[in-house]
Write a protein that binds this ligand. Sequence first.
Ligand SMILES: *Cc1c(COP(=O)(O)O)cnc(C)c1O
Length: 721
Amino acid sequence: MTPDVIKSKFPQVPDRISGLIDLAYNLWWSWNPAVKMVFKQLNHQAWIDSIHNPVKMLHALPEETLVAASKNPAYLRHYDIVIAQFQYEMMHRHHWYAENYPASNGLSIAYFSAEYGIHHSLPFYAGGLGFLAGDHLKESSDLGLPLVAVGFMYSEGYLHQHIGPDGWQQDIKEILDRDAAPINRVLYNHENQLVVRVPFIDPPIFVAVWKVDVGNIPLYLLDTDIVENDPANRSITYRLYTGDNEQRLKQEIVLGIGGSYVLDVLGIRPSVIHLNEGHPAFALLERIRENILDKYSYTEASQRVQDTTIFTTHTPVPAGHDAFPYPLMDKYFKDYYPLLGISRETFLSLGHSPGDSRNLFNMTAFALKMSTFKNGVSRRHGEVARSMWRPLFPEVPEDEIPIHHITNGIHVPTWLDPKMQLLLNRYFSPSCPQWLEKHDNQVLWEMISEIPDDELWAVHLQLKRKLVNRIREHKRRRWVGENADPLNVISGGALLDPYALTIGFARRFSTYKRADLIFHDIERLKKIVNNPWKPIQIIFAGKAHPADDEGKRIIQNVYKYALQQDFGGRIAFVEDYGEQMAQYLVHGVDVWLNNPLPPLEACGTSGMKASLNGVLHMSVLDGWWPEAYNGKNGWVFGEVATDRNHDRQDAEQLYELLERDVAPLYYMHSDDGVPHMWVKMMKEAIKCTAPRFSAKRMVKEYVRNGYIPTLNNADRYRKRG
Ligand SMILES: *Cc1c(COP(=O)(O)O)cnc(C)c1O
């Protein structure tokens, strides 16, 4: 529970409801609609003003409001139920994991990731990798895994996005108010924040430690923005993925070496390490060093580390793997590798990627060599990763290369809209009250056919109105309050129609995602969009990396199309895509468009979020979609060839699909006003996605195939001593 030092910062919260402070500091509230209500009921406007951040809201609320709530019997009833459930969840040890793996008692896993997408009040993510990590933690909490996580406290987060009058992305910096965020300082001697020096790295780097509670999972965050550091080092954790190679190396040193050392200082000795992507791989060096301190030789120590390491790779693009020039490695590691008892050559060879003649220390190659269980993040990506890393395994036939796949999944309670959840609950709970906890059971989802079409349709329309409303109200406020440029108001979606067939395209604007593919033939698209009987509108959102001018140019193109009068305001670009907007979009559009250049989308998860809510996925066969598509739950288009540009063919297939199948089906309403064929597909989409593409299925696979075998290795080592 929350330490007293924190509670003392909220003197206005009466004792009777002081459990609100505990709730506010545990992100568990964010995936439990009933808990959200406990905050919302205090004061709806304050909840909105805090942008759904209960810590900020509790700071802002006047004492009278809180005192009144503490005396309101109806409020207290709800509060007591929620607190009881919270305490039960946090104390309860009879979770899935403990029931299934009692023998692994006392063994633990440390999960390392450079980003986490948990909630928009914690801007520690750039995109899919972060949400995958966040969803992994939430599900690990639900399943009761003995897992701790390590990441960064990025004080500037990922930049905010405004679009200028010329359509060019402006990157807006916003400093996180650490005291209004749901994070706590990790203290030593009950007073000062824990600060450690990253071991043996010279020039020295110091990190302060923060903690976020994600249900039962502690996430430790590292922060270099402290007076102990010289100015260049203070900025190491300002923001995600700086373009500067040296700064990036320093980040990865802090995450891997600093992060491992922090766990050690906290008395946490994980049995197994899970590296989410190559960024944190230096953690393995620190683990080797710890083993050497325990009197093992380098060879024994590195074998022990390898046998207890899991590595997940996410990047099918060779250029996407971090690799550092040898002189830079020398600069920071000259004092470090002697501690491992190895020569500079041996040290550098750990990061050598065969087939790459440049003198670079490749983080992915290093992690692949130093881990026992390795995986890609979809079936297709597993194949791509095996082929890509073939040179590392010269003796092994390609299909036997030990890089497996565990397809990504999404945390269902986070991404299933609460209204949708209520509807499902009404029809599922009579025969299976625990359906949400057991949602990875495919059989259970057969019950979806019991939901009347008109009810599912009504909920969907409601979510769509909510989305359009939200976009328009936002623009109205900018127009009224900030004197926004009228063109920006229009391109931002002011003319959106809550009744038109709506396509969503929202993701990072990396070139391989081909956001502007649908504009390949403008005249044809105009005809499709402006069909008087079957109009279509398209909502775009997403940020380009601040250093990615090519991505920014694509945004600019889309923005300019949005302003063409011929499109009638039916193309919109919504600024500053983040977790909150993602929730609106994946719940509220009709179709989710996905057209990356195969095989460059390792998995993709936004389509899963959409599909889970009955938003139909229209996608090229890449990432997770080849595993999911069954002819009834969405659409497929495009070529899969990897050796040539096929934008034209893909765009034509997309137009044809829209004209021939998608629009006619959507507008084919029966006398009761419900498009039954469409709703049938929605049900098929939900039924297919919820059990198989959920984080529950994913985390269970990590447990069975990755964690348990490596924990067993750790156990053997532990017993051997
Ligand atoms: C899910 C999610 C992503 C990942 O989307 P992809 O399909 O992998 O591109 C990115 N950003 C946000 C805000 C998300 O919620």
